[in-house]
Ligand binder design. Structure first.
Ligand code: PMP
Length: 325
């Protein structure tokens, strides 16, 4: 029988999908890794499992313990599934600027969700710092710390990177992706570079984040504006991102992201979240810069279902000054 043995074994080994219009428009192969097909529905299932797996290996988690995390949502969803599968309780701190759907999914999965005001990382009331402090008050709780816990990037070094290498027969010329914690870009970059030193790594950033400036100037200063994207952009260089050699960065506007996700929906049947829109738009730009004949891989991070009341709500978009073409 050809089986996957339970939830954990269903994480990863996602298909690599050729995006037709993007490939034909550029003369390149533009390929998207179907992370929305993970069992918890996003790119973060891999990181969630690796971080819990490493904690189990280190003896930091016993049955009945509580796993605590601060998350924009997808890491929390991955963790909540895994907690159910492995016998842990789950407490999630989330900033209040994330989609209602993600909160509802977390609650349905059985996590205790604590939605806190959105404040910068430097503020003590930031959701990540609150998660850390709460875990410290309990002997039986573990703070996952996805931003600086490098088991996150290890997930992508050990699974996503090798899968991309195998699925492209080593023909990948560039890997382009947006960054939240940095686990994905760093783990994939590290693996691909070991196989092929000339592979290009391109960081795709939304507005209002510091990472475009970090790659372009070496200093992580925030760019102007705010973005409706969720799960990406950062004001600081995390331990997961630090030390990763990135060739160049592109900044993608929210309007370009909206145009990309709606074109993919109407013309090719795809229903993606905002970070996938940034990624596909950025991969097309990388293809234009490299010229025809190259193979560019990006990530299709999650599906659009969690963004029905935001990105896929016409009134909501219009109220934020966005157009639907
Ligand atoms: N896209 C989505 C939808 C996410 O939730 C995240 C993680 N926050 C990312 C992209 C970025 O991935 P990473 O944390 O590995 O940089």
């Amino acid at each position: 029988m050809d089986l996957r043995n339970g939830f954990i074994e269903t994480i990863g080994n996602t298909p690599l999908i050729r995006l037709h219009a993007a490939s034909e428009a550029t003369g390149c192969e533009i390929l998207g890794k179907a992370e929305f097909m993970n069992p918890g529905g996003s790119i973060k299932d891999r990181a969630a499992w690796w971080m819990i797996r490493e904690a189990e290996k280190d003896g930091c988690l016993q049955a009945g313990d509580t796993v605590v995390e601060g998350t924009a949502g997808n890491t929390g969803i991955g963790i909540a599934h895994i907690c159910n599968a492995r016998g842990y309780d789950c407490v999630i701190y989330m900033p209040d600027n994330q989609s209602r759907e993600k909160i509802e999914i977390l609650q349905t999965l059985g996590a205790e969700v604590r939605v806190v005001p959105t404040v910068p990382y430097a503020n003590d009331m930031n959701y990540q710092k609150q998660a850390d402090r709460y875990a410290q008050t309990r002997d039986d709780a573990l703070w996952v710390n996805q931003f600086d816990n490098t088991a996150n990037r290890l997930a992508h070094f050990e699974s996503t990177g090798p899968e991309i290498w195998r699925q492209t027969d080593g023909r990948v010329d560039a890997f382009a992706c947006s960054v939240g914690t940095g686990g994905t870009i760093s783990g994939v970059a590290q693996y691909l570079r070991q196989q092929k030193s000339e592979v290009r790594i391109v960081l795709l950033d939304c507005v209002g984040s510091a990472l475009y400036n970090y790659v372009s100037t070496g200093v992580a200063t925030l760019s102007d504006g705010t973005s409706i994207t969720e799960g990406i952009g950062n004001a600081r260089v995390t331990d997961n991102l630090a030390g990763t050699e990135i060739d160049w960065a592109l900044q993608i506007s929210d309007q370009e992201m909206v145009d990309t996700v709606y074109t993919l929906l109407r013309e090719e049947g795809w229903f993606f979240g905002s970070s996938s829109g940034i990624n596909v738009c950025g991969a097309i730009e990388v293809a234009r810069q490299l010229g025809p004949g190259h193979t560019i891989v990006t990530m299709l991070c999650d599906g659009g279902g969690k963004y029905r009341s935001s990105l896929y709500d016409r009134e909501w978009l219009l109220s934020r000054g966005m157009r639907i073409g």
